[in-house]
Every structure is written in C-alpha cells, then in structure tokens.
Design a protein around this ligand. Structure first.
Ligand code: 5GP
Ligand code: SF4
Ligand code: MG
Length: 460
C-alpha cells in the first residue's frame, strides 16, 4: 500500500508535501519521496529509504524549489524494498519531464511491460508504475490529460495516481475506485491526497473526492475534470474502512471513525459476550471498533494492552526468543486490568493469526480468566490483488481453518467474526459498491495469471 500527496500553487510546494506525507506515513513506511517542479519547468527528485522523518532535512527541501510538487510513501513486500523502487518516478522524455506517484496495483503490469520491452523499452525498476511512465511518454497526444488517458487505456487494476507533466498536475483514479483520493483547496491553489488527514495537516479545505474513472487536471487557470476512462461498477476497498485508513480521515465520502464504531456496534449485536466483565482493543487499529462494541454491549471499555509506539516495521526478531518476542516488544498487558476477569478482546482483523495467538497468551498470563475474541471484519480467505499486501492463501489462517479451529489455534474461549453482510452493511455508503474479494472470493477482475509476478510490482 502507499500514500500519495500532491500540491499545486504553493510558494514552497515540497515543504507542504513533506508535511502531508507525515500524515500518510501509516500507508507506507519503507521509502518516501518528493518531486518538485519549478517555474522554468525543471523537475527535481529526492527519495530515501525509511520514514518521512528520516530523509528530508531542511537543506534537502531547499533543493526542491517550485510551486508544484508530489510525494509518496511506500509499503512494499520484502525483496523489492530498494531505492530504485522508491517513488515518485521521475523521467525525462522529448517534451520534458514526467513525474508519477502511484497507490494501487496494476493487474496486467507483466503483460504491458512485456509489450513495451518487445518494442525496445528499457526499465530501471521492477515497479508496475514504471509501465505507466513509458506509456505516457509514447502517447502521440498533445494535451497532458490526453496523454494520461492514452496511457491508461487497457490498464487493469487499482490505481490512484498523481502525474506532473510540464506545468500541469493531474490526479487520476481507476474506474472502480479501489483506493481513496481526495481534492482539497489552499489559499493559493490545490492539494490532492490519499486521505483527508493529510489535508488537515497543511490547512487545506476538503473539496471533494476524485471520482472513480476521473482525471482531474490542475493548471494555472484552475481545475478541469476529464471523464474519458471506461465507466465500471464501483469497488471501493472495504478494508480501507476496516483497517488501513486513519480514523481521523474521511474517505469514500464517509468517516473512518464512524465506520469503525459502527462495525464494533454491529459486532456486539451479532456476536455478544453477555457474561464478560470488560472490553479492550488491540491498539491502535481496533480502538474505534472496541469503543463501538463497548457502547452497544454496555460493557466497560478498558486499556488492557499497551502498545510500544517506537517499534518500527524494521524490527528484527531476536532469533533466540522466536515469534513471541516480537509480540512482546510491541505489546504488553496490564495485569491490574485483566487479573481474574472474563474479557472481550476486539481486533479489526486476523491475517496469519501469529500476533493474535501471542496476544491471547499474554492476556492469559496477565490473569484473564476467559478470553472472548471479537473481530470487526469477516474472515480473510484470499489474497488481495489490488494494493493491500496480504500474504498468499497458504499463510492466511481463515483460508485453511474453520472458525472453531482458529479459536483453538489462537487459544480463546470463544471467537466471533462479523459476517460479510454485517461488515458491508456497517460502512458508510454500503452494502453495495465495495470490493470484498479477500473475504468473499468475489474478485472484480480475473486473478492475475501469475500472482507472484505482482510482487515485483510497486507492491503497494
Ligand atoms: P495476525 O494475528 O494475523 O498475525 O495479526 C493481526 C493483526 O494484524 C491485527 O491487529 C491487524 O490490525 C493487523 N493487520 C491487519 N492487516 C495488516 C497489514 O496489512 N499490515 C500490518 N502491519 N498489520 C496488519
Ligand atoms: Fe480491499 Fe480485500 Fe478488495 Fe484487496 S481484496 S481491495 S483488501 S477488499
Ligand atoms: Mg492491529
């Protein structure tokens, strides 16, 4: 997964992008990058591995002048985590520069890349996004939006894009609208971001969503909307509401916080735990769902697990202590809250089940008498091909075990998941218009011929 942020018409656009990227750090922690375009049309890039806070000192931002800038935070699979694959991509072609930042996953990237390579194109990264840059450069159209539309013709899958060509900044969203993208306004121009929490940090006002299948062109004389991409039924990713986006964001026209509370309330109605003493969340991603569960059930909400916020994704598991150590470094249980109690532990999802199993053991070791696990989404039974980095089917616990078997494996007294309908009915704008493929197996596109090949991709 990735976060993207673009600015048009700010005196120091790169500094504003830098700030915006801080708010999109949760969407990707492996690399960050900024491209800025100055008044003479010169584009410069800076990309670095790791967090936004690590790579962009003031001197570096000073080397990125201009009033147009775009940025990216990247979260990829292991193995493709290299600086060559950091974004935004910046390339020069006969008519100047193309800078591009992508959130999503292009399903037919391998086919499109082979076609380009057969015609002599040379690639400098293993990202699916680079395919788009080549296709923009090869278009014979003149207007930037026509170039982008030509490039997107025949591209399948999920994409939210920011593209700078000449003095235009464009934002595009695939026709199914898998990933969120919003337009905001500042005093002097416009901002485009994956989520509204990034508008808030720069003081931009929310204008609207970039619509599925829309290309928004921002130029000196304002904003234009172009709708030349084929119209398809919307398939917004329901997992953005469940887990991925920040609760202080509005995405897909709805509040993530409200969505999660409603998921929690529905969970309390569908999977009650009447004899429990208290409810707690697995922080932070399940906090709002646990609030909803507590509110609906009338049980007190407690802080039973404390998360260490200084443990990054790069934490290396000490070999002698094994997987449990990884959980212990990230979480600890509060004995005084748990001792002798029958508890409801709310989490947003179970993927592999390894973290959950470790947490349940920790909660029991802190004295909990009974542990009732409640999950504010349906069982994940298949991989995602549209930008979320879920593991392959063999590693997904719910693809291989029944709910009863999972309960035994993770060591709980009872386990309740939301149903797919319960989940879809709880999110703003639901139940129609959402992708739920990893829960239901109902994939909106044919699965890619070689899913592993996608792993070479932006992986976001
Ligand atoms: P598991 O028990 O499956 O190992 O881990 C479950 C936890 O993983 C939950 O707390 C859930 O919030 C979190 N989770 C779900 N999806 C993702 C993801 O894509 N990346 C990361 N880092 N955590 C995830
Ligand atoms: Fe979201 Fe799952 Fe669809 Fe992927 S498969 S886009 S995670 S709902
Ligand atoms: Mg979590």
């Amino acid at each position: 997964m990735c976060g993207i942020f673009g600015v048009y018409g700010a005196p120091n656009a790169a500094a504003m992008v830098h700030l915006g990227l801080y708010s999109l750090q949760h969407r990707g922690q492996e690399s960050a990058g900024i491209v800025a375009v100055d008044e003479t049309g010169i584009a410069k890039a800076r990309r670095s591995m790791g967090l936004v806070s690590d790579g962009f000192e003031e001197e570096i931002l000073a080397e990125l002048p201009g009033s147009i800038a775009l940025g990216h935070t990247r979260y990829s699979t292991a193995g493709s985590s290299t600086i060559e694959n950091a974004q935004p991509v910046l390339a020069r072609f006969r008519d100047g520069h193309i800078a591009l930042a992508h959130n999503g996953n292009i399903i037919n990237a391998s086919e499109l890349r082979r076609e380009l390579e057969n015609n002599g194109s040379i690639f400098s990264s293993t990202m699916d996004s680079e395919v788009l840059v080549h296709r923009i450069a090869r278009s014979s159209s003149i207007a930037p939006e026509d170039r982008l539309a030509d490039a997107l013709d025949g591209v399948e899958g999920a994409y939210c894009l920011l593209v700078a060509v000449g003095n235009s900044l464009m934002a595009a969203r695939d026709p199914r609208g898998w990933r969120p993208l919003v337009l905001g306004a500042t005093d002097s121009g416009y901002v485009v971001a994956s989520e509204t929490c990034a508008l808030d940090i720069v003081g931009a006002k929310y204008v609207r969503e970039v619509e599925p299948g829309e290309i928004v062109v921002i130029e000196r004389d304002g904003v234009r909307s172009v709708k030349v991409l084929p119209q398809k039924e919307a398939r917004r990713c329901v997992f953005e509401y469940v887990y991925f986006s920040r609760p202080d964001s509005r995405i897909f026209g709805g509040s993530v916080d409200r969505a999660r509370r409603e998921l929690g309330r529905r969970l309390a109605r569908d999977c009650p735990a009447p004899n429990a003493d208290l409810v707690f969340s697995v922080p932070d991603s399940a906090n709002a769902a646990a609030l909803g569960y507590a509110d609906e059930s009338g049980l007190p909400l407690e802080l039973a697990l404390i998360r260490n916020h200084y443990v990054g994704r790069t934490f290396i598991q000490p070999s002698q202590a094994g997987r449990d150590a990884k959980v212990k470094v990230k979480y600890n249980a509060v004995h005084e809250v748990l001792d002798g109690k029958s508890v409801v532990m709310v989490d947003d999802s179970i993927v592999r089940g390894t973290t959950t199993r470790g947490l349940v053991a920790m909660v029991r070791a802190a004295g909990a008498r009974e542990v009732h696990m409640r999950v504010s989404s349906a069982p994940i039974t298949g991989p995602c091909y549209y930008g979320i980095d879920t593991p392959s089917r063999e590693d997904l616990i719910a693809a291989n075990l029944s709910v009863d078997e999972i309960a035994k494996h993770i060591g709980v007294d009872s386990l309740g998941y939301l149903s797919i309908d319960g989940m879809l009915e709880s999110v703003p704008g639901g139940p129609k218009g959402f992708c739920h493929a990893c829960f239901s197996g109902d994939y909106p596109t044919p699965p890619p011929t070689d899913p592993n090949k996608l792993r070479f991709g932006c992986g976001c």
